[in-house]
Structure formats: C-alpha cells, structure tokens
Design a binder for this molecule. Structure first.
Ligand SMILES: N[C@@H](CCC(=O)N[C@@H](CS)C(=O)NCC(=O)O)C(=O)O
Length: 228
C-alpha cells in the first residue's frame, strides 16, 4: 500500500496544491493509498525521505519526494493508465506545472494568505508566521490580504488567460479527458478552496466550468474535501 504524506491544517483540512497533484495522479492511475497527515511543524514525519516539504510517498521500497518526481515514479512503476503518453505530453505537463508554480500560485497566495493563516493549526501558526512573514515582509496577513485583493483578484483572473483560451474550445486542458496539466492547475484551485472562502472566478468564465468538472472527477474527490 502506498502512503502519501499530506499537509494538514485545522479540522483535517488538506490544502497542499502539490499534494493534490499527487492525489490526482494516484487516482488517474487507479492506485489506492493511505494518507498520513503532516503539520507544518511535524518535519520528523518526513525526515526518512530527507524532505522538508510534502508530498512524499512511501511505495514499497521506494521513497519519493516532490510532486513531479512522484508523477514520474508512478508512471515508471505502474505501466497501466499512463499519466504521460508521449514525450510531448510529458513536456506539456512539465510546462503547465511550471506555469502554475511560478505564475498561478504566486498570484493566488497574497489574496488568500490571511484566510489560510487562520486555518493553520494553532501549534503551527508561529512557524507559518515566521516563514511566510519573511516572504511577504509582514506578519499582519489579514491586512496584507485585504490590500492585495484590491487588484489581486483581477490580476489572478488575467494570469489564467492561457488556460481560458484552451478551455473555451475543449473540456479539459488536455482535450476530451483530463491529465496531469489539468491536475496541476486544479491543485491550485483546491488550495484556494480549502484555505479561503474568497470567490475567485466569475460564473460565466470557462475556467469556472472546467473547475466544476475537476471537482467532480474521481467520484467528487476534490468536491468532498473539507473546504474553508
Ligand atoms: N516542489 C515541491 C514543493 C512542495 C511544497 O512546497 N510543499 C509545501 C506544501 S504546499 C510544504 O510542504 N511546505 C512545508 C513548509 O513550508 O514548511 C513539490 O512539487 O512537491
């Protein structure tokens, strides 16, 4: 049985966008797993993997850290239902994952950070304050978020334009069926949904309809997850 080490907030909320990539990848391949929740200050739980971050998976003799490495490992270890059917599919997935890491998530973080902080387990809040405070230059996350939302929601929607153009034409980033690029972008939306009640998308946005489809996948895995 595969064990997935997954970030946990208050009341068992599981927001990590990178862990969501791993969960979608496991489901895509039809694999089952056991979750091991890891709080921000429970690094000892993932020390065996020499990792400071989740996701980490323990799969038989294999210990794999990093969501991209996990996806590659799953395709290498389990031939059925490939995540990456060609070199081009692998390259597209790598590109989209990088876009989500460097453009989508950074534009989301400032507009949800105050809400996220409120949902971090009290025992982990000092760690979050220190680590994210350094990144943002303040620990007053509520004020930072309020100011960021003035222009931030519009800016976030603009960042999504490349996805919107594709999703106007087809149900998923990968065509008729979802694959890793869809999972990478869905991870960012699940992070926001589980961490914050903020409305991110307009109802007539093609990205909105796609997000609904992503929430329904795999028997509503994303929709069933505890939200903000
Ligand atoms: N490149 C890594 C990034 C993983 C990552 O940043 N995970 C965050 C949770 S979303 C984490 O574990 N943070 C722990 C911390 O900030 O101490 C991946 O793709 O897995």
């Amino acid at each position: 049985m595969i064990t997935l080490y997954d970030l946990v907030l208050q009341d068992d909320r599981r927001p990590s966008p990178y862990c969501w990539r791993a969960k979608f990848a496991l489901k895509h391949k039809g694999l089952s797993w056991r979750d091991e929740p890891v709080g921000f200050t429970e690094k000892q739980k993932i020390a065996f993997a020499q990792s400071q971050t989740v996701p980490v998976i323990h799969d038989g003799a294999n210990v794999v850290k990093d969501s991209w490495a996990i996806a590659r490992h799953l395709d290498g270890a389990y031939a059925e239902k490939p995540l990456f059917k060609s070199e081009m599919a692998l390259s597209y997935a790598h590109f989209i994952a990088g876009w989500v890491d460097t453009a989508v998530q950074p534009s989301l973080f400032p507009i949800v950070v105050g809400d996220l902080y409120e949902r971090v387990r009290p025992v982990d809040q000092p760690y979050f304050q220190e680590s994210r405070g350094k990144r943002l230059g303040t620990t007053d996350f509520a004020s930072f978020q309020a100011t960021a939302r003035d222009k931030g929601v519009t800016a976030f929607r603009a960042v999504l334009e490349p996805a919107r153009r594709v999703l106007k034409e087809q149900p998923f980033l990968c065509g008729e069926h979802p694959a890793y690029p869809d999972y990478a972008l869905a991870g960012a939306f699940l992070w926001a949904r589980i961490g914050s009640p903020l409305t991110l998308l307009e109802a007539d946005d093609p990205v909105h309809a796609w997000r609904e489809r992503m929430l329904d996948l795999f028997d509503g895995m994303g929709r069933k997850a505890k939200t903000a």
